[in-house]
Ligand binder design. Structure first.
Ligand SMILES: [Zn+2]
Length: 261
């Protein structure tokens, strides 16, 4: 395929369009069809490919997203760097709804998802020690600070299978482990980018406190309505932050450690 984009953006729940005056493109891959058509547009001279990971009608719940097709299609488009906003829960009191976390680690609690491009005969064991791009993360932190957003420079996201939310016991366990963020889509999305040698950064918008907080009866367990309400209140901040990061990304810079897989 002709090289069409430099930077990829995955939209999360409540985030189905990004740029105006766009070209739409349907892509097929050896791993099936991606969640939706891609939209392509140019911003500050950089070519952006946008895909809502749940589909534009939110027809793919987290455990049914065609992650391999989504990532492979980004690769086919020529994308070298991916920015991945997600709506996420907080597991720690100091990380509040409306804050952003630029995660540096994940813990995988999902099951049954197709999570590798190497099903054989070729076998490859890819390092996941540092699953997120250090350079893109640094740009995201700098961009968030520049906009005056509350941005946490690192964090561990525990990825649950969904579609259900956590029990109180599970949430207490995750909090006590010291993990900061919880969501349902970072695995295998972040890891598949590693297998393809694409730089990837998660921009987690905090929408809730998961199943509540220990000793805080005034903070109720998360509901889907609440997630969407907080997300909609903050969607403009998500977009501002993405634009601010994209301004800083140099698509010609390909010497990142992420390329060495
Ligand atoms: Zn990188």
């Amino acid at each position: 395929m002709e090289y069409k984009a430099d930077i990829g953006v995955f939209g999360g729940s409540g985030f189905y369009s990004f740029l105006d005056n766009v070209e739409e493109l349907e892509i097929d891959t050896p791993y099936g069809k991606p969640s939706d058509k891609f939209t392509l547009a140019t911003y500050e001279g950089k070519r952006i490919a946008f895909l809502p990971r749940h589909g534009r009608d939110h027809q793919y719940p987290p455990h049914m997203i065609p992650y391999r097709a989504n990532l492979y299609a980004m690769k086919l488009l020529g994308v070298k760097k991916i920015l991945a906003p997600t709506s996420s829960g907080s597991l720690q009191p100091h990380i509040k709804p409306g804050d952003f976390v630029i995660c540096d680690q994940f813990v995988d609690r999902t099951w049954g998802r197709k999570d590798t491009f190497y099903d054989g005969p070729e076998t490859r064991h890819t390092s996941a020690a540092h699953p997120y791009c250090p350079e893109l993360r640094a740009l995201a932190v700098e961009a968030g600070k520049n906009l005056g957003l509350t941005i946490h420079e690192k964090g561990t996201v525990v990825v649950i299978q969904g579609p259900r939310f956590s029990t109180v016991a599970e949430s207490r366990w995750f909090s006590k482990m010291g993990w900061e963020v919880i969501n349902m889509t970072q695995y295998p999305e972040a890891y598949l980018a590693r297998e393809l040698g694409i730089c990837y950064a998660n921009i987690a918008l905090i929408t809730d406190y998961d199943a509540g907080l220990e000793g805080r009866d005034d903070i109720p367990p998360v509901t889907n309505d609440e997630v969407l309400r907080v997300f909609n209140e903050n969607i403009e901040n998500v977009k501002r932050l993405l634009f601010e990061v994209i301004k800083r990304v140099d698509p010609t810079q390909d010497k990142c450690s992420c390329n060495k897989v």
